[in-house]
Design a binder for this molecule. Structure first.
Ligand SMILES: [Zn+2]
Length: 408
């Protein structure tokens, strides 16, 4: 099957007909449909699909399981996410294998397509959960106890979907067999468009994290409680949103409050509590810390002025990632020699977006390919990549896999 044919099959799965956005949350029926589709496609190519103990899928090509080359990405989405984030890397991996098979290539070393679970952290709030579990970056007990907005724990959700949460945990044995990881991903920004290249190579990932802010006040009657008597958590919350924007601009960072829950959530009452999530990223840790500290102190000052308490707790943190320089240089050389104008001068780019490849980079040589996103919009139904660029990405990935598989 061509890339376009594969794409057309995956495209409707988990898409909301109203918004056109994707709601592929881990361990839901939409997630199961995506997994089943991947399994079917990988098996059609003769690969052996094995779920690991952490809920990630591994599709093995060939008999060897040593000196393993890994490619893949994720199939889960943010709320109303775009179709390309994650899925492009998975579909491109399948299409690249198909391209290599059409050239009668057969790997003499382990080659595997991986689909990582809960990369977005959209359901259980820890991004890259599948790769974090694999590398031991999160404790299995802590992971099992993570809960979604309905109070369902990861352990419960995984068990309900037929998984065994009792087996969650690090996989040093598997990591020790891996020589290289290459994740292809849609670009989540607009760096490639003005450079005239369909494909870019990742330099590194900015340090980034998520913080939960709990503002606690007192529920009251919107019609009778005097303004002076209220303890309204919405007020310090609202000012904190603006403070985050200012702190980001002042620190050369990015800071976003994109999720908020007001309780009890009545239109005619003062809220008792407001919970918000801060996402912050920066080119280096000093600037990130500066921004987060500014938001923290602003939220505390505004809360005390309003008679509200606030607690700020980190939910996840990823230090800066520097991808493997040797692997990056080698990929640059492969693309330059591939004889395809759209990919031959692939620029090297930094990114503020987290990826499983960034987690795995702490343990194994890791690289990423980005496919041009003409508008740069991501985490939105408007996210897009042109078919010709996606196809160029498949050719690039196939060339890289062939090169990595051929020599040490
Ligand atoms: Zn992604």
């Amino acid at each position: 099957m061509t890339f376009a044919e594969l794409w057309r099959e995956l495209e409707p799965l988990g898409r909301d007909p109203g918004t056109g956005g994707y709601r592929r949350y881990s361990w839901t029926p939409a997630d199961a449909a995506c997994r089943a589709w991947f399994t079917r496609q990988a098996e059609r190519l003769g690969l052996t699909v094995e779920p690991d103990n952490n809920g990630n899928l591994w599709a093995w090509w060939g008999p060897e399981r040593t000196n393993v080359i890994v490619t893949g990405s994720h199939l889960d989405s943010v709320p109303d996410g775009g179709g390309y984030d994650g899925a492009l890397g998975v579909v491109s991996a399948l299409a690249a294998v198909e391209e290599l098979q059409a050239r009668d290539f057969y790997p003499e070393r382990g080659m595997v397509l991986a689909v990582f679970t809960e990369e977005e952290g959209a359901r259980f709030r820890v991004a890259c959960l599948g790769s974090r579990l694999m590398t031991g970056a999160i404790d299995p007990d802590a992971a099992r106890a993570l809960s979604d907005d309905e109070g369902i724990t990861l352990a419960q959700a995984m068990a309900a979907a037929g998984g065994d949460p009792g087996r969650l945990g690090p996989r040093d044995d598997l990591l020790d067999t891996i020589d290289a990881v290459v994740e292809l991903h849609v670009e989540q920004g607009r760096a490639l468009a003005p450079l005239g290249s369909a494909v870019g190579i990742a330099k590194g990932i900015w340090p980034h994290g998520r913080w939960r802010l709990d503002f606690r006040g007192r529920a009251d009657h919107a019609g009778t409680a005097r303004l002076a008597d209220r303890k309204d958590p919405m007020l310090p919350y609202a000012r904190t949103v603006l403070a985050a924007r200012r702190a980001a601009a002042d620190s050369g960072a990015l800071a976003t409050i994109g999720k908020v829950i007001a309780e009890p959530g009545g239109a005619n009452g003062v809220s008792s509590a407001v919970t918000a999530w801060l996402d912050a990223r920066a080119p280096d840790e000093a600037r990130l810390e500066k921004a987060v500290t500014a938001v923290r102190s602003a939220s505390m000052r505004y809360s005390s002025e309003c008679g509200v308490t606030v607690t700020i707790s980190p939910e996840s943190y990823t230090p800066p990632v520097h991808f493997d320089e040797n692997l990056r240089d080698r990929i640059e050389g492969v693309l330059a020699a591939a004889g395809i104008p759209e990919i031959s001068r692939a620029p090297v780019l930094p990114t503020g977006a987290g990826h499983d490849a960034g987690i795995l980079a702490a343990r194994v040589p890791t690289a990423m390919l980005f496919v041009r996103n003409p508008t740069g919009v991501s985490h939105s139904p408007a996210e897009h990549a042109d078919l010709a660029d996606c196809e160029a990405g498949v050719h690039a990935l196939a060339a890289v896999l062939e090169d990595l598989a051929a020599r040490p």
